[in-house]
Design a protein around this ligand. Structure first.
Ligand code: ADP
Ligand code: MG
Length: 323
């Protein structure tokens, strides 16, 4: 049993990224952080020089050829946006920019402005050309936003980088996206212990601990980025039909899956579907597990073969009725 771990951290993607390994490996850690920086530079919409921004800046004008990896991520984002019958929409950019949730100058926009921006969020107006790897936004003002899946994609690439360095055990935390590799020798039980934040707790309290081996754990919650105005909470996941933040019974959705991209996609898709529809889907997809935290302080665990949940906060009640 190894009891020591080696932690490497950097501030990237607006969050603290930490990599925990069981043996020291500066070279692997360096490669991981450089890769994250490189991918962030390609995917961000908060800086003008990224590949995604190049697409957005050419909206209504011309197609932009992007790298293979960015193209394949955009292809997947479009597939989910068009064929899942969910609220997931990677053309949501104009609304994200309008609300500015998570930034200092956030605002509740006028209904008129929301309606205007909604006209620019149809994913069918994004034309992909697989031969040239080019992406064209048909209308001026359209914007791709990969905020819901970029971290998941990056986490999966980090796993590949670590494997190239013969690192098969470890845990990477990209803030909300945690990916575990292999077994943990840090805990007697062999599981990696991933904290699940208690929604809205100011002191980073935990609702519980999710124990996994070789899985990704991704959480999307309304408490991550939000503001309150006239007693109404506005958070950062939008309903692409109304242009307002999604409003349902959920406080957070956690997905336990093999890949982090999958976890990121489903955490947003399930958040939009709400509990009942997500549960039906999960019953048919047992390899995917989920933890739902409800506003009525219930915790719902589904497909519990892939993880163990240890409750820490007694304000919530665990329900397994849904299994
Ligand atoms: P994070 O883990 O960074 O909080 P999430 O995975 O929960 O992010 O996704 C939220 C982000 O996804 C938003 O900040 C925005 O960039 C983008 N987004 C918001 N609404 C939608 C939507 N309906 N479909 C796809 N992406 C969205
Ligand atoms: Mg997500």
């Amino acid at each position: 049993m190894v009891r020591t771990s080696y932690e490497y951290t950097q501030t990237l993607m607006g969050t603290t990224v930490s990599l925990t390994l069981l043996e020291p490996n500066k070279a692997a850690a360096h490669a991981v952080f450089e890769t994250i920086k490189m991918l962030e530079d390609k995917l961000t919409v908060n800086r003008s020089l990224s590949e995604v921004m190049a697409i957005n800046l050419a909206a209504g004008q011309y197609p932009v050829t992007v790298s293979h990896s960015v193209f394949s991520l955009i292809e997947q984002a479009q597939k989910v946006s068009l064929h899942f019958n969910s609220c997931f929409n990677f053309a949501i950019g104009p609304l994200v920019k309008l609300w500015k949730i998570g930034f200092q100058d956030y605002q509740v926009p006028s209904n008129k402005l929301i309606k205007q921006q909604l006209l620019l969020t149809d994913p069918k107006n994004i034309v992909l050309n697989a031969k040239t790897h080019s992406v064209f936004l048909k209308k001026s003002g359209m914007e791709i936003d990969l905020g819901a899946i970029a971290k998941g994609y990056i986490a999966d690439v980090v796993k590949l980088i670590l494997q190239q360095y013969q690192v098969y055990q470890g845990i990477i935390n990209l803030g909300g996206n945690v990916l575990t590799l292999g077994k943990s020798s840090l805990n007697e039980d062999g599981y990696w212990h991933v904290g699940l934040r208690k929604p809205f707790s100011t002191k980073n309290k935990l609702s519980g601990i999710i124990k996994v081996i070789n899985k990704s754990v991704v959480t999307s919650g309304i408490y991550e980025r939000f503001f309150i105005q006239n007693s109404h909470l506005y958070h950062h996941i939008f309903n692409p039909k109304t242009g307002y933040p999604l409003d349902n019974e959920l406080e957070s959705v956690t997905i336990i899956s093999d890949s982090s991209l999958e976890g990121d996609i489903y955490s947003t898709v399930f958040y939009g579907w709400g509990l009942d529809k997500s549960r039906e889907y999960l019953q048919k997809h047992q390899n995917l597990s989920a933890i739902f935290l409800l506003k009525n302080k219930t915790i719902i665990l589904i497909n519990t073969d892939n993880f163990i949940f240890q409750q820490l906060d007694t304000q919530y009640t665990i329900s397994t009725d849904y299994n």
